[in-house]
Design a protein around this ligand. Structure first.
Ligand code: MN
Length: 322
């Protein structure tokens, strides 16, 4: 696939951050961007690029208002429509919970071909430190960097492990990383000419964890493992039973000192009572998408209430019959 003409936005101290989004995720994206901006430094220039397919003009305009009065932060939208068509990525299999936009992460090295290293962030992240620190980590000759996935269910699920190892050529499940926060070493990836392998694996993937499985298999042996504080899963507490062997104090340390909190799986709109949801809502309240997020949260809440009362009424009728 041909290279793009996307160039760094600034000549000096350019910190490139790539996101992927569709119109539905723009509200979550705005929270992550606001947290990144709040923790940015005036000494750096931040070059934010959104890989998108179908974000509407109105949402884009609203998103850009977050950056008013911030000359050292640029935000651009890059349409991946051509990439989607050429790679036929609409046919790549996904779990129900993920949007097709989650696969756009795999296009990052191609879109960013004129950069040397870029950061990729999921929309469901909260940045709590200057993101430039992540780019400055020496990942040596590795093609990318990411933190291990704390969800040991993935490794324990034999179907997933078997598929990854037998069909996609992944070697060791203990190296399985989470794809929510990734540093791509573009220069190294270009040298290794890896993109055809990515597309090939994406076509073969059964889609258990979507883009994450493809990333792990395609870059296997070429991934630098980041300090866990760069990707702290907020479910460490409420999904405790699924997590790798972490003690209470380790979990507390990770959540209290996270450089980036990752709201993977259920979102703070769905679980507003969880302890770390408040941190996310503090930012959400300050974005121009706050009402949209509240609406999502309430709609989800009502659906749960109806679902629960529907289930309990069925249970009652059943009990009465007995
Ligand atoms: Mn995520």
């Amino acid at each position: 696939m041909s290279a793009t003409d996307l160039k760094p936005a600034f000549n000096k101290n350019n910190i490139p951050i790539f996101y992927t989004s569709d119109d539905n995720y723009v509200d979550m994206l705005s929270v992550s961007i606001l947290s990144l901006v709040d923790n940015s430094s005036e000494e750096n220039n931040y070059d934010i690029v959104i890989l998108e397919d179908g974000i509407n003009k109105y949402s884009k305009q609203i998103l850009l208002t977050i950056l008013q009065g911030k000359p050292n932060i640029s935000l651009r939208f890059f349409s991946v429509t051509d990439f989607v068509k050429k790679s036929n990525s609409e046919t790549w299999k996904l779990p129900q919970s993920l949007s097709p936009a989650s696969y756009y992460i795999l296009f990052t090295p191609l879109v960013a071909c004129n950069y040397s290293k870029v950061i990729y962030l999921d929309c469901d992240t909260l940045v709590q430190t200057d993101i430039s620190n992540l780019l400055r980590i020496d990942i040596r000759n590795h093609c990318c960097a990411a933190a291990l996935d704390p969800n040991c269910d993935i490794a324990a699920d034999l179907n997933v492990a078997k598929h990854l190892c037998d069909d996609l050529g992944f070697k060791d499940m203990s190296n399985y990383v989470n794809s929510g926060i990734v540093v791509f070493n573009i220069q190294k990836i270009n040298e290794a000419n890896i993109y055809d392998k990515v597309v090939d694996i994406a076509h073969k993937n059964k889609g258990y964890f979507g883009d994450q499985d493809v990333l792990n298999a395609a870059y296997d042996g070429k991934i630098f493992v980041l300090d866990q504080l760069w990707n702290v899963f907020w479910g460490l507490i409420f999904e405790r039973e699924k997590m790798r062997n972490l003690s209470d104090s380790e979990i507390e340390h990770l959540l209290d000192n996270a450089y980036i909190i990752h709201f993977a799986g259920q979102k703070p709109t769905q679980k507003p009572n969880e302890p770390y949801a408040a941190k996310w809502w503090m930012y959400a309240r300050r974005t121009p998408f706050y009402e949209r997020l509240l609406h999502k949260s309430l709609t989800y809440g009502f659906k749960q209430i109806f679902h629960d009362s529907y289930c309990s009424s069925i249970q009652n009728s059943w009990d009465n019959l007995k």
